[in-house]
Write a protein that binds this ligand. Structure first.
Ligand SMILES: NC(=O)c1ccc[n+]([C@@H]2O[C@H](COP(=O)([O-])OP(=O)(O)OC[C@H]3O[C@@H](n4cnc5c(N)ncnc54)[C@H](OP(=O)(O)O)[C@@H]3O)[C@@H](O)[C@H]2O)c1
Length: 333
């Protein structure tokens, strides 16, 4: 007989990431039961139609188009939000927290634009709002950030937080491709969306940096307050000129603490070819955090993609059910 605690998970949005989460829950169910005493199951899906359940080999009758049905279901303990976009995702995250559900999200846009409001909702409800997947995909970034924060003031951070642009710039550097050719290649490989604006214009990186900078500052740094330059203006001549100076061009997100305030920006920057960040290629991401005691710490891994992102989401689901923490990071409300 299975004595593990039965735990229902509802997934809002069974797209690329949502369906990878459902498959991973199915695949890791037995080991999660053994390690944590949890019998995790996807018990509800919010999607546009029952046929979408087939994306993760789930029964059609799990699908609803009504959030209220999920929120009033006592069998659901965790809501995984993988819809994307700010609206209705941010309101649905808040409503789920208020209904006493833990929320795990990969949605950097909804979170970065509503960071304080959603942290407050989690704190007030006593439920957890966990978002490791929204910042570094599969990189255990926030868990390390929290660990470092306990003993340090983070004084600065910089990093490559968008795999699509890193792939394009890597192709321009190593294969001499033009921006347009490298973008077309990225789209062919599934690293870039058919509409690549959010990546190549730096919005995606700004959302992630907004979350990291907010944690660093202890106050909400809205994405609109972050200086942003994309990579569409980077030419083969720029790449060649950087290379002649022993440098490579990377799209960097940077945040520095100056007199208690955080200055943050995203844009293409020259990085010395000797620097660790110069060696982060293709769809990989890396973030360097500098703590006043620990010094620089670099974290790297796959910042996107269904499996790495689902890995972070499933870890957060287990964390929500076992740790009692209301957030991945400390946040004063
Ligand atoms: N893809 C990655 O590698 C990656 C990595 C890290 C984080 N993320 C984040 O994860 C989230 C999901 O990304 P994704 O790539 O999985 O997107 P996706 O493939 O477009 O999946 C989203 C799903 O949610 C559905 N949906 C959206 N709004 C809905 C609504 N109001 N009602 C019902 N269904 C709705 C969409 O249906 P329709 O298509 O019909 O709208 C789609 O099936 C985003 O926030 C993204 O930034 C993605």
């Amino acid at each position: 007989m299975n004595s593990n605690r039965s735990t229902g998970v509802a997934i809002l949005g069974l797209g690329t990431i949502g369906s990878a989460v459902a498959r991973l829950i199915n695949q890791r169910g037995a080991s999660i039961g053994e390690l944590y005493g949890l019998d995790l199951k996807v018990t509800r899906i919010l999607e546009r139609g029952p046929e979408r359940a087939a994306r993760a080999d789930l029964p059609r009758d799990l699908v609803t188009t009504s959030l209220d049905e999920i929120l009033s279901d006592d069998g659901v303990s965790v809501v995984v939000e993988t819809l994307g976009g700010e609206s209705p995702a941010a309101d649905w995250i808040e409503a789920s927290l208020k209904a006493g559900k833990h929320v795990v999200t990969a949605n950097k846009e909804a979170l970065s634009k509503n960071f304080d409001r959603l942290q407050r909702a989690a704190h007030q409800s006593g439920s957890a709002l966990l978002f490791e997947a929204s910042v570094g995909g599969g990189i255990p970034l926030l868990v390390s950030y929290r660990q470092i924060l306990a003993a340090n003031q983070i004084t600065s951070l910089r990093g490559i937080v968008n795999g699509t642009t890193n792939y394009i710039l890597s192709q321009m550097t190593t294969a001499g491709a033009t921006f347009d050719d490298a973008l077309a290649q990225a789209q062919e490989l599934g690293y870039a969306e058919p509409d690549p604006t959010a990546d190549v214009e730096g919005f995606d990186a700004v959302y992630k940096l907004s979350i990291l900078a907010s944690i660093m500052a202890g106050t909400h740094i809205h994405p609109d307050s972050i200086e942003r330059t994309g990579i569409t203006g980077v030419t083969p001549d720029d790449i060649a000129s950087a290379s002649a100076g022993g440098e490579v061009i990377k799209l960097l997100g940077q945040a520095t603490l100056i007199g208690g305030a955080v200055k943050a920006s995203v844009g293409p920057e020259r990085v010395s070819a000797d620097n660790l960040l110069a060696h982060v290629r293709d769809n990989y991401n890396a973030v360097e955090l500098v703590g006043d005691s620990v010094g620089p710490v670099v974290l790297s891994g796959q910042g996107a993609g269904p499996d790495p992102t689902a890995s972070a989401i499933l870890s957060d689901i287990v964390e929500a059910l076992t740790s009692g923490a209301s957030s991945n990071v400390p946040w004063k409300v």
